[in-house]
Design a protein around this ligand. Sequence first.
Ligand SMILES: NC(=O)c1ccc[n+]([C@@H]2O[C@H](COP(=O)([O-])OP(=O)(O)OC[C@H]3O[C@@H](n4cnc5c(N)ncnc54)[C@H](OP(=O)(O)O)[C@@H]3O)[C@@H](O)[C@H]2O)c1
Length: 232
Amino acid sequence: MELSGKTVLVMGATGVLGGLIATALADAGASVLGTARSNDSAARLPASLAQSLLLDLEDAASVQTLARYLADRPEPLDAVINAAGIVGFGTVEGTTLADAASLMRVNHLAPAELISRLVPRLAESAAAERQPVIVGITGIVSEQAFAGMAAYVASKTAHAAWLRALALEVRRSKVRVLDAHPGHTETGLASRAVCGVAPNFPMGMTPEHVAQVIIAAIIADETSLPSDRFAA
Ligand SMILES: NC(=O)c1ccc[n+]([C@@H]2O[C@H](COP(=O)([O-])OP(=O)(O)OC[C@H]3O[C@@H](n4cnc5c(N)ncnc54)[C@H](OP(=O)(O)O)[C@@H]3O)[C@@H](O)[C@H]2O)c1
């Protein structure tokens, strides 16, 4: 996929991976629309964005508002990259339904709703031979379960399965789906857990390395990015 001249939505552009990916895409000549969860966190959006948008995946009205705005926007939409997400820790019996529901909503249901609403825009991009792509970062947990994080693993595995089914549905309209499965990455995400306390993870990969592997796969028209592809 040629990035220059393309319009890309990066959900979670305030985050460490989202910020690096958004910046790299803008450096490659893409027009990048980036989302922040709130006006406060919008201060962390990269300066190179073409447009800053608000998206709170916990708020159904926020998802609908952004979906409507992007559906009606006259310019093409060529890629949707979901770098938003939350993590939570805790044993199965120690995790509340509220925390499990929040993980499922933010990591799977709400991004699935937004992406679904944007599929027609991406199909338009494909019809114009602009090689559109939908990118998820579900991580190694969608390949392998880990104790003490069942609710997170479940939310990411649900999203990975949904992306696989979506890929089959949109293949005919020539919309590509790429789900990245990086392992633990030193973004500080684990320290921002919405519940529980992170175990002592061994040192993870650098965010710069992980972002670079994902960008390279986007450019190379790849349709899968398993965890072993992130080995340095
Ligand atoms: N770090 C890892 O080890 C690792 C490994 C595999 C996969 N991943 C996945 O990679 C993605 C990026 O993670 P990261 O490590 O870069 O973490 P991060 O720096 O904490 O970024 C998380 C992003 O998600 C956004 N977000 C959180 N809750 C949201 C909500 N309710 N609505 C909208 N946006 C929300 C944050 O927005 P605000 O800043 O505006 O709050 C932020 O932009 C996540 O999906 C994560 O699960 C991470």
